[in-house]
Design a protein around this ligand. Sequence first.
Ligand code: ADP
Ligand code: ZN
Length: 788
Amino acid sequence: MTHDQRPTTTLTVLIQVAVPVPRLDLLTYAVPDGFETPCVGARVVVPLGSRIVTGIVVEVGVSNGDGRTSGISSSADIKAIREVLDAGAFVPPDVVALARWTADYYAAGVGDTISALLPPMARGGRADAHKTVRVAAITAAGLGALEVRASTSSAPAEDNARPELVEGRALTTRQREALELLAGSPAGIATVALASRGIAAAAISRLARHGYISLRQDRVERDPFQTPVPGTSAGVGGQGPVPGTGAGVRQLTMEQTAAFERLRALADTREFRVALVHGVTGSGKTEIYIRLSAAVRAAGRRVLMLVPEIALTPVAASLFRQAFGERVAIQHSGLSDGERHDQWQRIRRGDIDVVVGTRSAVFAPLEQVGLIVVDEEHDGSYKQEESPRYNGRDVAIVRAQRAGALVLLGSATPSMETYHNAVAGKYERVVLERRVLDRPLASVRVVDMREEYAAEGPDVILSRALRDGIRARLECGEQSLVLLNRRGFATAVFCRQCAGTIDCPNCSVSLVVHGEGSAKRACCHYCNYTARVPTACPLCAGPYLEQAGFGTERVEAEVRRTCPDARVARLDRDAIRRKGSLSTLLNRFRDGEIDVLVGTQMIAKGHDFPRVTLVGVVSADVGLGLADFRASERTFQLLTQVAGRAGRGEQPGEAIVQTLYPDHYSIQLACRQDYPAFYEREMLFRKAMRYPPVLSLVNAVVRSRTFAGAMDDAADVVQKVREGDAHALRVLGPAPAPLGKLRGEYRAQLLIKGTNRRKIREALQAALASRPELQRRMVVDVDPLSVL
Ligand code: ADP
Ligand code: ZN
């Protein structure tokens, strides 16, 4: 290139853009002349292959024309952006940085993390898009029609039809209902609200055409609080305390006061701190969160409140709403796209002081964050089981670190990781040992099922103690919870002739039987494959098929059989398929319309039901058989949590725990509710086996259409990682994954242990560098919660 040809003054602005496309890393684009340079966090429209997509600006740099760029590597064929959608930052720059950190730490593409944090509609439309709704309002003609009806209502039917005709026909019941509703709402009612009461759009437009009602478009922000939530229904109550109604008036207990004062002092430092709030179930942690939030807010900063389950957000949000009014927003994936988008925009505009949400709310566009609460921090729901496989609790800690905020990790059963950090002095430890109002912890009784089988035969599901316990509660009008962490009716179908089981054709698991009689079918819980339950064995054609094992449906049937008068319901993923059915069920239980609620771990979480005095655990050892290093930890947590659901009102509670391993330490110590002893015992195992929190762990699974293919590829990766940095890391595998086949693909696994996660990630990346095609077939899970 000669001196003359060289462009001397071209300064091209280059930007790094994250687009919401799986596995994609940052992409470089040029900002053409005449465009305003977008800032970090702004949305830009960019070409991507043959598509046009919306991305977020992550970095801005300048190229001086010879290919050298500040901070950004440029290459010859850089494409230009098409449009800049925002003058300022759409996503706050610190949230963009948090997304980058998350992608890096969890070995995911930035594209994955960006998708996780954008509100649903931001991917296409412009900022501040409000929803407009059609509102119907009654007119004079409509009121006239109602009046005529009222004054003629005693007249013979054939007379009163005349004055209220629509298109020559009498008003239908629905139309009349609509008019009556509207007559009571001078401002009108949204047509969607009418639709939800069964008044169809056609009926409404017909009424409008005839002048009975008028229609207009209103711009509104959708308010997810309008949908009824458990815990706020009119029927809440009974003798127990109503959540939140006493906030501000209520006297803190001495323990709560001491905890609150310590935490407030931490918040006042306005520095990054992490505190474990280790409080037994029912010790009143929520009250502390709310008061601390008030203190933080008074000091001009904002609060992020994370809860593990969507089902727990309405109650938490309504408690915060009682304390902070309108300036509370909800963020979780159960909201409609519109609701989520509106709430997101309100947060971003600064109209919100408290965000309540599930794990993805950790990326809420909230500024001036002074406090992040992670309630039930041990809960597995904080971990996302798809890319990016982040743990919301850990991202929360990083966010707080960058914001100089206080993080509260609340739990009655802290994760081993968190407690380990508390013991090491990295986290402050605030302990609440007593329940509020000196309510005793539930007494726990272990039933050895081997004795039960000996006495009653091998088919016993509910032990004598549990049956008697449920009946006694029924007699005095108290409620029971019965937990079994396994869905379905029977967990396997096997052939008595050839001993074969009926397995999923796509996965290496046996099918689970759901339903009884004609509704009976066999399902795979991993891929949803569903089939009729055959009458003969598909392998040997033998006619002796038998069901084995049992799940929640069978327990529900057993409870109904032993207590025919009881009102029994079931709460598991199958029972709540329909939207809204979960909160309906919880409300009915809370209102006392259900005596016995049977369910999976869903019933163990966080709920506060004051009239529950008995909790039965049908098979406490369900999780112990799994080849997972967290099996004991999970069992301990589940038992402690579920026992904590009993006796939260004025009557003391009891837990009955059925098990085949009454001597296992996780069962023994859960019954004694002795967390520190459990931690010590479990650490012995983790140290001996070199598992977290002693070391860091990365689980990598290779998928392939053949078994040999999966194993060979995994072996290849193992070898490369070993060659790379043999002494710093320990590589286990390759081995068939415990779930060896899933959705038609074979799975081989390798585990990498080390003290430095960055080294592990880099070793993996290096191993995969020469095989980009393998990258797509490999799932990398950093800090896995489960290695199945
Ligand atoms: P945790 O989250 O620690 O399990 P909660 O915050 O749900 O416990 O509190 C348990 C119950 O005690 C709730 O019904 C709550 O309203 C009530 N409560 C909390 N603090 C007090 C207090 N100081 N006085 C009376 N009742 C309280
Ligand atoms: Zn399957």
